[in-house]
Design a protein around this ligand. Sequence first.
Ligand code: ATP
Ligand code: FE
Length: 359
Amino acid sequence: LIVLGIETSCDDTAAAVVRGNGEILSQVVSTQADLLVQYGGVAPKMAEEAHSRAIDWVTQSALDKANLTAKDLSAVAVTIGPGLSLCLRVGVCKGREIARSFQLPIIGVHHMEAHTLVARLTDRNLQFPFMALLISGGHNLLILAHDLGHYIQLGTTIDDAIGEAYDKTAKWLGLDMRRSGGPAIEDLAREGDPDSIRFKVRFFDFLKHFPSHFCTIDAEIPLSLASSLDRRSRADIAASFQRVAVLHLEERCEGAIEWALKMEPSIKYFVVSGGVASNQYVRARLDQIAKNIGLQLVCPPPSLCTDNGVMVAWTGIEHFQMGRFDPPPPADEPEDTVYDLRPRWPLGEEYAEGKSEAR
Ligand code: ATP
Ligand code: FE
């Protein structure tokens, strides 16, 4: 079994080829660094054009690096949501074009499920059920993963996700955004004092049980002035922001997981994934939380935490092996075919009291 995975839900154009046994044959990512700097964030139309420019060579070089042609593939997996529909469409069109030409089955993948399941590729002992915290540009999501395709949300975000908070803070501090705000804050924070600046973090309850809604951050220093401060002061802000932001995650997760363990005592693993999980400070702090509650942390390597094609290919493999896939698109598929794109697509169901099963 050999699957090509294609990912274009946000600002990275990514493709990878993965074998059914988890062997990664190739991995290619094209980032939109220049656009991020120019527009200070992801502008959907510009991102779509950048995906369109990159998609052909990204998929071709994933095949080339794997020493394969599309004829050798067993199936194509492509992210169909959630994300920006203009961007999703670029990947879906490419995936269908390949699937149509070579009459391959196609698997439509949930981007956040892919962030979760890639942990089962990197740690082959990881069995369901497990806890997962997904922290990325668009999500803070704490889930109980019961089984493949069967997830219960214990907490999510209704405002900024933590990755977005990192990006905003980096922008306020005038940092180099070429690698997105997270790595810039992580690097600068190493030089700063995490206890030097008090941040107020305003929380809102949104889920009855475990509010993990992230935050609007107010610092004592007006953040509009922050970019003109000297490096030392900006490092203090970066370090203090990071401490408070991650402390919030730690507190929310610890309580919620302890509660979930009462419901599901067989859980042994705590997965942390998504772009923010590539941060070493975040990994170390959440490892401590996992130890406190007697779970083993599984955190994919940084390159598989940020958006990538491997996670999409692997999620495709998991579903394919369960017989969940679409037949090859017909060779004479009309050009005006409406594709299944799901820009808003929750992962699983919110936990509801008295409802032990969710699907
Ligand atoms: P989502 O997965 O929610 O759809 P996305 O796909 O845009 O969002 P990811 O690529 O999964 O997001 O993650 C990108 C986010 O991760 C950005 O907000 C970025 O700042 C953050 N990030 C990346 N590296 C780090 C790091 N080292 N420290 C903190 N944050 C980081
Ligand atoms: Fe992502």
